[in-house]
Design a protein around this ligand. Structure first.
Ligand SMILES: [Ca+2]
Ligand SMILES: [Ca+2]
Ligand SMILES: [Ca+2]
Length: 288
C-alpha cells in the first residue's frame, strides 16, 4: 500500500519500522508531508487473516492542515483482477461501500478491502484500476491533533472465505420453507418463508420482493412476464410472502438489494455474483 499526500508519496526511507512487544503491530517511521507527520500502524491478526492499517496524520503546527490523502494498493491479481462484490450488492466500487471484494476472476485467492475514515469520514473517490485499488480522502487535521484513517484487508482462499470474515459478514439467505433445494414448489402454493442469517432491514416491505412468471412466451425476463401480487409478514431474520395459489409455471423471485443487514450490507451469494447479477437474489422455481 502506498500513501500519497498531495501526490507526494509516503516513503520514509531506510529508517526501520518498529514492532510492539507482542510483534503484532508494525509502526513505520514518521515522514513529514504537507506539514503533517505521517506514519502507519499495521496490525496483523493471528486469528482471522486480517491486516488492519492505520494511517496516522499528526499536525504539529498551530494551524489546521487540509490535504488530500490517496491510498493505493496493488491487489496482485494482475490482468485477472475482478471486483466480485461490494457491500451494497453491486460490483461497482463506490465511496459509500463499506467493503470491496476483489479476486483474480476465480483463478486464485480473494481479498476484501474495507476502508472507514474517522467519525464516518468517507473517501471522496474509490477505484479499482488495473490491479490497483485506490481511495482518496480530503482530510482536515486540526492544529496539534492527529487524524487516523483505518483500512483493513481480509485474505481468503476463495470469495466465500474472504467475505465471511468477521470484518464483513454480509447477510446470507439461509433457506426457504418449503425448501427450494430441488428448484420446485408444490402446485397451488400460497406462501414462501425466507430465512436470513441475521436480522434484516427492509424485509417487511412488499416492494422489496418481486415474483414474476414467464407469461405466454414461456421465457423469464421478457416484456410479457406477469408480476404476481404478494404481501409480506416479517420479523427479525425471517419473512413470509403470501400470494394467491400459483398455477404451474416457471417463476423468478427477486429479493432486492434494498434488503440489508443493520450495517447496510446487501445479501451476498457467490453463485449469484458469479452470474454477474448480484444486485438482486433470484430463485428460479418450477411450480409443479
Ligand atoms: Ca457498490
Ligand atoms: Ca452482517
Ligand atoms: Ca415472458
Amino acid at each position: 500500500m502506498l500513501q500519497l499526500i498531495r501526490n507526494e508519496p509516503y516513503a520514509p526511507g531506510i529508517a526501520p519500522a518498529t514492532l510492539d512487544g507482542n510483534n503484532h503491530i508494525l509502526t513505520t517511521p514518521v515522514q513529514t508531508l504537507a506539514g503533517l507527520e505521517v506514519s502507519r500502524e499495521i496490525t496483523i491478526s493471528e486469528t482471522d487473516d486480517v491486516a488492519h492499517t492505520i494511517e496516522l496524520l499528526h499536525n504539529p503546527t498551530a494551524e489546521p492542515v487540509t490535504t488530500t490523502v490517496r491510498i493505493v494498493g496493488n491487489v496482485g491479481f494482475d490482468g485477472k483482477t475482478t471486483v466480485f462484490a461490494t457491500s451494497d450488492g453491486d460490483t461497482i466500487p463506490e465511496p459509500t461501500d463499506g467493503w470491496i471484494g476483489i479476486d483474480g476472476n476465480l483463478s486464485s485467492g480473494a481479498l476484501v478491502a474495507s476502508f472507514q475514515g474517522p467519525d464516518g469520514l468517507q473517501p471522496s473517490s474509490v477505484s479499482v484500476t488495473g490491479d490497483n485499488i485506490e481511495w482518496t480522502y480530503e482530510v482536515t487535521v486540526p492544529a496539534g491533533q492527529a487524524v487516523r484513517i483505518g483500512h483493513s484487508t481480509v485474505v481468503g482462499g476463495n470469495r466465500d472465505q474472504a467475505v465471511d470474515s468477521p470484518l464483513v459478514t454480509p447477510p446470507r439467505l439461509v433457506g426457504t420453507t418449503p425448501s427450494l433445494a430441488a428448484g420446485t414448489l408444490p402446485s397451488e402454493s400460497t406462501s414462501l418463508a425466507i430465512s436470513f442469517s441475521e436480522p434484516m432491514v427492509g424485509i417487511d416491505v412488499g416492494g422489496n420482493y418481486q415474483l414474476q412468471s414467464t407469461g405466454p412466451d414461456a421465457l423469464l425476463g421478457t416484456a410479457d412476464d406477469t408480476i404476481v401480487p404478494l404481501s409480506v409478514s416479517a420479523y427479525d431474520t425471517a419473512a413470509t410472502l403470501y400470494f394467491t395459489p400459483l398455477p404451474d409455471e416457471l417463476y423468478r423471485l427477486t429479493i432486492r438489494a434494498a434488503i440489508t443487514d443493520a450495517h447496510g450490507n446487501a445479501i451476498y451469494d457467490a453463485k449469484v455474483s458469479a452470474g454477474g447479477d448480484y444486485g438482486s437474489f433470484r430463485i428460479n422455481c418450477n411450480i409443479v
